[in-house]
Design a protein around this ligand. Sequence first.
Ligand code: SF4
Ligand code: FES
Length: 590
Amino acid sequence: MPTITINGVACEFTPGQMILQVANAHGVEIPFYCYHDGLSIAANCRICLGEAWAPNPRNDNKLEPFMGGKLVPTCQTQAQDGMVVHTDSPKAVANQKAVMEYLLINHPLDCPVCDQAGECLLQDYSYQYGRGVSRFEETKVKNPKKNLGPNVYLYSDRCIMCTRCVRFTREVSGTAELYVDGRGNREEIDVFPGVALDNEIAANVIDLCPVGALLDKDFLFAQRVWFLKRTASIDGITASGDNLWVEHNEGKVYRIKPRTNLEINKHWITDEVRYGWKHVHSDDRLRSPRRRQYGALVEDDWNRCLDKAAEGLAEAAEAGKRIALLVSPMLPCEEAFALAEFALSLDPHAVLGVGPVPFEGQDKVFPPGASEDDARAFKLYAEKAPNARGVRRVLAALTGAEPLEFAKWTARAQADDAGAVIITANYREACPIPDLLRVADRESGRFVVVIDTLNGPLVESADVVLPGATWVEKGGTFENARGTLQAFDAAIPPIEFAKPEGQIASDLEAALRGVEVSATSASSVVVVDEGPGQVPQAAEIATPRGPTFSPADTRTRMGDTHAALAMFKTDVRYPEAAKPEEADMRMVEL
Ligand code: SF4
Ligand code: FES
């Protein structure tokens, strides 16, 4: 393989790769602003410039200064076999200092009030490559703040004109709302008159901006980024399987960002996925279990509600009636397996069905006109459930037959022989589907257990309500629209007394077996999100009644016990763990 030496490190590369790409792949640090793996190369920021020497075949392959010894943009210069590059030579370092000084001439230096502080390349490179003090004494040019669209603000005076945002709207979204207006120190990013930056993937420009110029309205002044912890996750609201970082602190989600996966979402996510987590902390969340007493639903502790649910379900099964279980496509495969196993243990002929799969609009590929297999294409999915395929796969393996789709399940669950129903929902909005409400109708005489996350009419019809957990509060595996199985971990603990649906299945089974839990151990305290120098935050969580549900163990058991689920032992993709942040400075505990 050809080899190039960058800053003294020998790096193998694939022909065609740029020097900066090779350096990034081998962990050799070269500063860069305008370069991005997902965009064309503009080479306009000039901070990546390096000195290069290349073998001259006409001179016995002796190393000679490349391009006459001029500094070359490493982001735009192809690596050559035998080349030697230095971005740490006096000439290259002088350029880095000059670029930094130039970029900071009109910069407002308002880091204390800037959302980007802590994850800003301008800040980082000032520290690493800048000169420490400003020699600029003249008046700075002040550019206006602009409202670019529903999710994005532009603080123009922080912009370094790298044009990543402009290239994104031209090359990825294909909508071209942004352009460069003016010249010289009056240059500004702007939207065309009468146009808003409001395409379905517009907020990716916030992640692309290497400085604090493009800011997320939703995250504005919400949290300092150094307090955020990130957990690798998967899109939990559509069938995309997009890879995400869930960023959270003290048990609260603050933002969701894309996690690069070139096979699935490249470097991007839709705005829908980025902001689609608000139901996690909604006031309408079910926070504790409820059971029906004298006709009214009352909040009660887990033990009594589990006992009541187990009793009602067992009564129906003993009377020879069918148990009908509706597994929501919002649930991970492991939970579908645990719930279905529980239903089948009560009634070997249980009626298993897949919950309604919401669709909105049509699939859309970006940029417009691209095929979804193009290297740079990004797809928005109309299917608004993350795991319909996974749930079908699990139910089919357990019963040996295709599971009932929602319409057939509702018809079957309303038949005379259906004695009890377990309905799981976990949608982003309360589930007002009339067919479902008919199944849960109180006049029908069926015993109804609802496992859901949000208050709504479905909850009102139940005999027992058990509060479930959203996808960021638990782990599991989703199968996306292309059939890729991807595992994810819990980012935050479940809200108040909610539990993951897999744990609820385990607890119901324990209640059925008569396992008792003392009232004093009904909840326990866990420490969440403790970071260096941070006061730990405690959260009270409901104690499991049955064995603690483990998605990883359940995956193994699924593969071991059902040949049709063997792929859960072999094909599940796991996210890379987030690299621990290394502080540049020593933390002092106060
Ligand atoms: S707004 Fe940000 S991404 Fe756009 S050109 Fe300026 S610095 Fe670059
Ligand atoms: S990263 Fe090379 S010129 Fe900007």
